[in-house]
Design a protein around this ligand. Sequence first.
Ligand code: TZP
Ligand code: MG
Length: 214
Amino acid sequence: MKRDFPYRLYLVTDQKACLGRDFFWVVEEAIKGGVDIVQLREKDLSIADFIRKAEKLKILCDQYEVPLIINDSIEVARTVEANGIHIGQSDASVFEVQETFGQYFPVGLSIEHLEEIKSDQAKHAWYYGVSPIFSTPTKMDTKSEWGLKGLQSLREISNKALVAIGNIKIHNAAAVIQAGADCLAIVSGICSAKSPSHAAESFKKEIEKGLNKV
Ligand code: TZP
Ligand code: MG
């Protein structure tokens, strides 16, 4: 466990994956089930709508004392006073984000290849989003998958908190933790579950199983 990253189950939201159900209901159920950090990831909204949704979600997350991370947008994160930002390799850099919010502002960075951890910005990231562990229909534009072996190799050379993402389901969750992840980031496994709260509970149990075997 990395002391500065105490989270184990990370919900990354996707409106479509909620299957027409109320977005805020899905997130609240997920939190009740054990999600301990939430990322609002919106690709199709105008900035005004993104902000409106983020404002509402921040109120919900604050009620449960769960941090809200904003995907990509410095403007949205600043407006809603989010707890952190998550960026990919082709977004604003960790440095650009920290120029706006200060050098201690939490910035998660997606890592798709081993060489990316050698960059200057990677050293300043709060955690690495190890992306994707397994290829997933939820995000079709990912590059090669890390697999469990790739995750293990990254674990051996990095002390950063590793947040694993990509087709993590109940059946493989414990193995991903055993391979070295500190935290699991889930989209469809929770957002599309019949009961998002039961799904989150099940993920939490698998995480415990994985940790007991490390
Ligand atoms: N980044 C890498 S894979 C992914 C993102 C946002 C989607 C993961 O979705 P799922 O449904 O948990 O496979
Ligand atoms: Mg991005």
